[in-house]
Design a protein around this ligand. Sequence first.
Ligand code: FAD
Length: 474
Amino acid sequence: MQKVLIIGAGAAGLSAARVLVESDYEVEIFELDSKVGGLSKSFALFEQFVDVGPHRFFSKDKRLNDFWLAHTAGTHKQVSRLTRIFYNKKFFYYPLRGFDALFKLGFIESALCVLSYLKAKCKPFKGDNFESWVANAFGYRLYSIFFKSYTQKLWGIPCDKLDSDFAAQRIKGLNLYEAIKSAFFGDKNKKHKTLVDEFSYPDLGAGVVYENMAAEILARGGKIHYNTKVLGILTQDKKAQGIIISDAPNNTTQSHTPSTREVMGDIIISTAPFNDMVLSLGELDSHTQSLARNLKFRNTILVYIEVDCKDIFADNWIYMHSKGTKTGRITNFRNWTSGLLCGRDSSILCLEYWANDDEELWNVSDEALIEIAKKDLVESSLVRSEQILRGSVLKIHKSYPIYSSGYKEGLHRIYEALDEFSNLYFIGRNGSFKYNNQDHSILMGLVCADKILGKSAANLWHINTDYDYQEEKK
Ligand SMILES: Cc1cc2nc3c(=O)[nH]c(=O)nc-3n(C[C@H](O)[C@H](O)[C@H](O)COP(=O)(O)OP(=O)(O)OC[C@H]3O[C@@H](n4cnc5c(N)ncnc54)[C@H](O)[C@@H]3O)c2cc1C
């Protein structure tokens, strides 16, 4: 029986394992955390349940939907989607609704936005970057009101240094003309992927799907090793041989000396941060290694604040485009499912911040971060200071692969170099350096398993970039 070693028990790793345990494979998963789900885990906080920021699942692919639904074990509810932009202390619908935007922006500002769009139509902005892509689709003025500050907070680089892939992936098919047309006349035939009005969601959080997958994997003889850090991948003659693991990933005490050991296997699937694992490959040439070192990830800081109020805002989450606030997005878990609330009357908000390793925000104490979050809430008038009960911080190292200008050339060279290795697969959001949602990571896991089983010849590197296209075709 062939042994498959999987690095990471997130959406991608678990999906691959879930399929492989049904066949004649021995499956072992090695997970840094003490629970499954990765970025899509759910956990208990302040006597309620929360996710790692907002986690809405959406796909038009039947196989993915069936697979995801099967693992909610019938606990999913339909949730209405409302996700507005908060700008100048006003909520704007996204996509823009004609009269709503007109009244809130004012007639003169709205007219200037349309003129700016027409100007971009006559003389398009040049360059393959986020700023020119969005300014051409919406006009520079609207781009600077509704896209620029959020995007710069998220990525930490100027928008003209960010590859247009991010825009193409997330707001593909939208532009001001379409937005105005659908705002005034409706658009019955076409619903953009990011704008669906309703989504399914497990009553106790997105992570339930992954907990159920893990239970099925264990029930079929698979193994999950928690609190285990994979330090690197062993290869010989460009064939995967095994991994090196450490038993104390988060140990900071002087008294414990972490022990490391090798685990041998026939096939290896990695969903851990791409460059960490790529750089561990001893047989990789120095040029490819230097390209891998250039790939950067952004970190996320989530500050959860419990608020003594039931109706702060009606949205599942809001995008913060207000000048002066440091947070980029706020999730309100009260507006997801009743199961999350566990009968409590308070609301848990999750404020998102992003930072690089060397930024002050990443290095300040949790107490300081909670103070920043409280200030953001009070100064934006969303919450009064006396309503704030308590706070908690979750720091996620490496959460967003950064699509900086020109990243693709280097990445594709690395992909080509990795194709020379056999029985070694890199999948998932961090694992393949792709800005995946859950559906993309699950799909990568399923297709990876199909390839191992000899049922698919698909190119795993193309999943996500080509996937929207495949969805539309379907
Ligand atoms: C704030 C936020 C909001 C999001 N919102 C949505 C949303 O609304 N809808 C949606 O569909 N998606 C959303 N996503 C994306 C979604 O979370 C990811 O696409 C998905 O969880 C990725 O799954 P994965 O398995 O590819 O990677 P991960 O979830 O990153 O899983 C990788 C696993 O590997 C483990 N690991 C890492 N390094 C090692 C190591 N060296 N050794 C052992 N284990 C290791 C990690 O602990 C983790 O469990 C969001 C992400 C974030 C950060």
